[in-house]
Design a protein. Structure first.
Length: 150
C-alpha cells in the first residue's frame, strides 16, 4: 500500500497537475508565513518586512528542497532499477540513476531484441510514426460593420 501511494504521488507530481501542486504549496507557504507573523506579534516580537521576506524565503526553499529530494529519490530509484534490467540488452550501460541517451538507446535495443519473432523471422524496424498536421483554417468573409445611414 505504501509503494502504491508513493507511485501515485509521483504520477501526480510529473503529470499536468505538477504546476498546480506548486501553486498550492506556494499558497500554503504564504498562509504559514502569515501565521508566523501573527504568532510572533502576539508574543510581542514584531517582524519587519525584510525579516518576513527572509522567513518566507527560508520556508519556501526548505519545503521545495524536501519535495524535490523526495521526488528525485524515488525517480532515481526506479531509473536505477530500469537500468539494471536494461543491462541484459547492453552490458556496457552504466547504472547512474539518470534516464539519458544511453538508457534510451539500451531500451530501444532491448525492444528490438524482444520484437524479433522466431516463428516468422520478422524484426521490428522502428519505423517512425507519421506526423499529424493541423488542417488549415478556412478563410472567412470580412465582417462589414453595420451602418444605419445606408
Amino acid at each position: 500500500m505504501k509503494e502504491k501511494l508513493k507511485a501515485f504521488a509521483l504520477r501526480i507530481a510529473f503529470s499536468r497537475l505538477g504546476p498546480t501542486i506548486v501553486q498550492l504549496v506556494s499558497g500554503a507557504v504564504g498562509f504559514l508565513l502569515g501565521w508566523i507573523v501573527n504568532a510572533t506579534s502576539a508574543i510581542g516580537f514584531e517582524l519587519s518586512a525584510s525579516q518576513q521576506t527572509e522567513v518566507s524565503l527560508a520556508i519556501t526553499a526548505c519545503i521545495y528542497w524536501i519535495i524535490s529530494q523526495i521526488i528525485n529519490n524515488y525517480a532515481g530509484k526506479y531509473s536505477a532499477e530500469l537500468q539494471e534490467i536494461l543491462k541484459n540488452a547492453n552490458p556496457l550501460l552504466k547504472v547512474d540513476r539518470w534516464i539519458g541517451p544511453e538508457t534510451i538507446a539500451a531500451a530501444q535495443e532491448a525492444a528490438q531484441k524482444a520484437a524479433a519473432n522466431p516463428s516468422t523471422g520478422e524484426i521490428y524496424e522502428g519505423k517512425p510514426v507519421a506526423k499529424i498536421t493541423a488542417k488549415p483554417k478556412p478563410k472567412r468573409k470580412p465582417v462589414i460593420p453595420y451602418n444605419p445611414k445606408r
